[in-house]
Design a protein around this ligand. Structure first.
Ligand code: CA
Length: 499
């Protein structure tokens, strides 16, 4: 029985491992295990006893994957079942070990996974840091450039400041020099004024037929509008005082041939009525310049006029271009060539040069403005060439019996109104005081005018060159609303035409 079981097992083994090397009694290679080879199933053959062999089988440890066929014989099946149980046990043990390794590998994989995630996070952080560093570097560069620009700008401003300071110093130096020159000129003017005053005294003493001697009062209570005038006591004056010192000699002083204008003037030692000028080339006489213009005379020049209801003939300059033309010029200043410090009779008859500075005459004005309704236009120009005007929509004079009292209408214009204050005032000259002031305003302002308590305007004063002037009195050619009373205008003219 025992022999039968042993044989059956051997047969089963040979059936399962047909190429088994140990079959036939061969001993296994003692170096096989040392060489890493899988240990082959081993069969130990015992010494034969009694002609029988005894075998011991060592079954290799391996998994069975396919179907296991065993002998169905009851003994063989029992042996097979036993072998299967031990094999299953060993397989289970192996499976357990494999699962354990698998768990270890999983755990390691998990650790590796978390490490990879950490590495990724670190890389992202590194990228972000790089970006931030780049931004900071760009910002630093920008700030460096900006600081350089600021430094350049600061240097530029410093240079400008230095230049401005230099210019200011230069201007200051120039100003000091001008002040010195001005002081010298002032002292020269003062000495000249003293000299003129002496000459006036000598003239009055030596010539009793000249203008009436006047004794101007101190200007202590002059017009409020001109309160800046000097209040010093005035020296004696005569009609020779008014002359711009820097102006060329007047044509009045030259021996000239006079035209035979049929009008007369009071005989005075130094003054003459209108001086030489070719008589008007047009026939005339005209009632006024508007009449000449209406008759086709469109050229400005000297025209012969004869106001209605009088036989008086006179000459006047007709301005046929300014403000639509037709203007009869009754007064003009432009170069200081004519003395306007004159007597009543001279202001009555007129004086000067028809193509230059002149006064048409109060009597002529009276007859002209008696004809119809006239308006007055005052044109002014300063030393910078700025031109302004003042117009009054009505203008006429009362007769001599009422001292040629001024009658003015409403003002309009660009110069400002400096004549309405004189409306309804009589005319005053150095020898006929009809003003509202205790003294004679004509003495202080050195020209005839419709003075109030002296003046807001006086276009018959002294023609000073250059505008601002310094004088003991407010005696320039001025229009207070245009540059004030201490500014002598360059060009002025008064003209009338029918309204
Ligand atoms: Ca008076």
């Amino acid at each position: 029985m025992e022999n039968t079981l042993t044989l059956s097992l051997m047969m089963l083994f040979l059936a399962l491992h047909p190429g088994f090397p140990g079959v036939g009694g061969r001993k296994e290679d003692p170096h096989a295990e040392a060489n890493g080879k899988k240990r082959a199933p081993t069969i130990h053959v015992s010494d034969t006893k009694g002609g029988r062999c005894a075998y011991t089988f060592i079954v290799p440890q391996q998994k069975l994957t396919g179907a296991l066929c065993v002998s169905t014989a009851p003994e063989a099946a029992a042996a097979t079942a036993t072998a299967n149980r031990s094999e299953v046990a060993s397989l289970r043990a192996e499976l357990g070990r494999q699962q354990e390794r698998l768990e270890k590998l999983r755990a390691q994989l998990e650790r590796d996974g978390s490490l990879a995630a950490e590495v990724r996070a670190l890389r992202q952080e590194s990228n972000a840091m790089n970006t931030r560093v780049t931004q900071l570097y760009a910002q630093l560069l920008h700030e460096v450039i900006h600081k350089k620009d600021q430094a350049l700008e600061q240097r530029r401003v410093e240079n400008l400041l230095l230049n401005a300071t230099t210019q200011a110093l230069q201007v200051s130096s120039n100003f000091r020099e001008l002040e010195k020159k001005y002081g010298a000129l002032t002292s020269m003017m003062t000495s000249q004024n003293l000299f003129i005053a002496r000459l006036e005294k000598q003239c009055q003493c030596g010539n009793t037929t000249s203008a009436p001697p006047v004794t101007p009062e101190p200007a202590r209570s002059r017009s409020q509008a001109h309160s800046n005038d000097s209040s010093e006591a005035a020296g004696d004056m005569s009609n020779d005082v008014q002359r711009d010192q820097s102006a060329p000699p007047s044509q009045d002083d030259k021996p000239v041939e006079r035209t035979s204008v049929p009008m007369t003037t009071a005989s005075t030692p130094t003054d003459h009525p209108f001086i030489s000028f070719p008589i008007t080339k047009t026939p005339g006489p005209w009632r006024d310049c508007q009449h000449a213009l209406d008759s086709g005379e469109t050229t400005s020049g000297i025209y012969l006029l004869r106001p209605q209801s009088t036989n008086r003939l006179l000459q006047a300059w007709c301005d046929q271009t300014s403000a639509e033309g037709g203007w009869t010029v009754i007064q003009r200043r432009q170069d200081g060539s004519v003395n306007f410090f004159r007597t009543w009779e001279q202001y009555k008859q007129g004086f000067g040069n028809l193509d230059g500075e002149y006064w048409l005459g109060l009597e002529h004005l009276y007859w002209l403005t008696k004809q119809t309704h006239y308006k007055l236009r005052v044109a002014l120009e300063d030393w910078q060439g700025r031109q302004v005007f003042a117009e009054y929509d009505s203008f006429y004079l009362e007769p001599e019996t009422d001292w040629y009292r001024l009658r003015l209408g409403e003002y309009q214009g660009t110069a400002g109104d400096s004549l309405s204050w004189h409306n309804n005032k009589a005319f005053t000259t150095l020898d006929r005081d009809k003003d509202g002031y205790s003294g004679n305003c004509a003495h202080f302002q050195k020209g005839g005018w419709w003075y109030h308590m002296c003046a807001h305007s006086n276009l018959n004063g002294v023609w000073y060159r250059g505008g601002h002037y310094r004088s003991r009195y407010q005696d320039g050619v001025y229009w207070a609303q245009f540059h004030g009373g201490a500014y002598s205008l360059k060009r002025v003219s008064m003209m009338i035409k029918p309204a």
